[in-house]
Write a protein that binds this ligand. Structure first.
Ligand code: ADP
Ligand code: VHF
Length: 369
């Protein structure tokens, strides 16, 4: 049966750790594996990191630049090199590819989000493998995916993928970073992401020398993808052909099972596509009403409003400790909400001088995070 498969490969697998030069045999095997999957009729998307790493190697830099402008310039050098190598390899295998560079702002506006979706759909229908990366050269700090684990999960969610493979420089997830904790225990299956809290998995804050985010961003990517119904696997990038074996049922790497009832595409866009422009703090009753009873948010349950936003913008909904519990699109702007928070719906027309919406966030526009 045809499956939609998103494969993300990190810098640590694409480059040789000692020299920073391209790991050509890995990239060639990856191209062979993905072309093979295409020939079997699967729809394949590659999310490839490496622009900064490859750019550094090209320019003889021995570590990742910290200054943003330099990093953006280096990425521009590296992305060109990277796509050239991919195109040569895939062309040798008669497999057409396309370069898709995205920024966070491409997913913020619903119309642009749908546009990106349509482009992917068209490319996949044409039998092309899109090679995706963040457009590092133009991305601004406030509107960045920041890491390609998150980007690949958002792409997998957008295209309703069946599988997301996160290829990295460890063979699977461990109970702690195996580099610093030699007796860390391997984890093969995560049926529910909440299990990881119970298992007290340690992920450290950083990745390898050239990587971004380490295991933390892979787990948060698995959370986004599995909530969208995408089975996610963390496995070793050095052996991309493992993907074929995994698809045949072999237990390689760490598998995160997809949630049985994925949230709707529109709610996923609210949760992960849009960037929230403010925060609403809720009292306990409101938290229970929206999270357990699936109710809409009313002004009475809001204790404080933070940030400036317009009606229909996205905001975070937080409990009294500041922990985010949900996100949603508001029916009032921040000035109006400052006036009506904590007040009953029947009082709103008198306070504002006009009839407003009955709810602050309708449950159709509200998603638990
Ligand atoms: N619990 C853990 N299990 C496995 N690896 C971990 C864990 N915690 C931290 N890591 C580290 O995460 C690194 C992979 O992340 P990263 O360097 O960002 O890779 P990539 O470039 O593939 O995105 C591994 O090299 C490993 O040292
Ligand atoms: N977009 C950046 C990669 C960011 C990133 O997540 O890197 P990695 O942790 O190696 O997957 C680049 O192409 O260099």
């Amino acid at each position: 049966m045809t499956k939609t498969i998103v494969v993300k490969i990190g810098t640590s697998s694409l480059t040789q750790p000692e020299t920073g030069q391209l790991a050509l045999s890995t990239i060639a095997t990856l191209a062979e594996t993905l072309s093979h999957l295409r020939r079997q009729g699967h729809r394949v998307i590659l999310v490839s990191s490496g622009a900064v790493g490859v750019g550094c190697a090209r320019l003889g830099l021995t570590e990742k630049p910290k200054a943003i402008a330099l990093k953006q310039a280096v990425a521009a050098v590296g992305q060109g090199r990277l796509i050239r190598v991919y195109d040569d390899l895939f062309t040798t295998l008669q497999q057409p590819i396309a370069q898709v560079l995205l920024t966070r702002s491409d997913l913020v506006q619903r119309s642009r989000y749908l546009n990106v979706y349509n482009t992917f759909k068209e490319l996949l229908e044409l039998g092309i493998i899109p090679v995706v990366n963040e457009n590092d050269t133009v991305a601004v700090e406030e509107l960045k995916f920041g890491d390609n684990d998150t980007l690949s999960a958002l792409v997998a969610s957008l295209v309703h993928a069946d599988w997301l493979f996160l290829l990295t420089d460890v063979d699977r997830l461990y109970s702690a970073d195996p580099r610093s904790v030699p007796d860390a225990q391997p984890i093969s299956l995560v049926s529910n992401i909440k299990e990881l809290e119970e298992l007290q998995v340690q992920t450290g804050a950083q990745g390898s020398q050239w990587g971004t985010g380490g295991m933390v961003t892979k787990i948060s990517a698995a959370r986004i993808a599995t909530a969208a119904g995408v089975r996610t696997v963390i496995t070793e990038g050095r052996h991309p052909s493992n993907i074929k074996q995994i698809l045949q049922g072999e237990s390689i790497g760490t598998h995160f099972e997809a949630q049985p009832e994925p949230t709707s595409a529109r709610k996923r866009w609210i949760a992960y596509g849009v960037v929230p422009s403010g925060r609403l703090y809720l009292d306990e009753g409101a938290v229970i009403a929206i999270s357990r009873a699936g109710k809409s948010l009313l002004a009475a349950g809001i204790t404080a409003v933070e940030g400036e936003f317009d009606s229909q913008d996205a905001v975070q909904l937080c409990d009294k400790s500041g922990k985010e519990v949900a996100r949603g699109l508001v029916n009032y702007n921040s000035t109006e909400l400052q006036k009506i928070c904590g007040r009953r719906s029947s009082e709103i027309p008198t306070i504002l001088g006009y009839e407003g919406a009955e709810t602050v966030i309708h449950r159709d526009n509200l998603v638990l995070t």
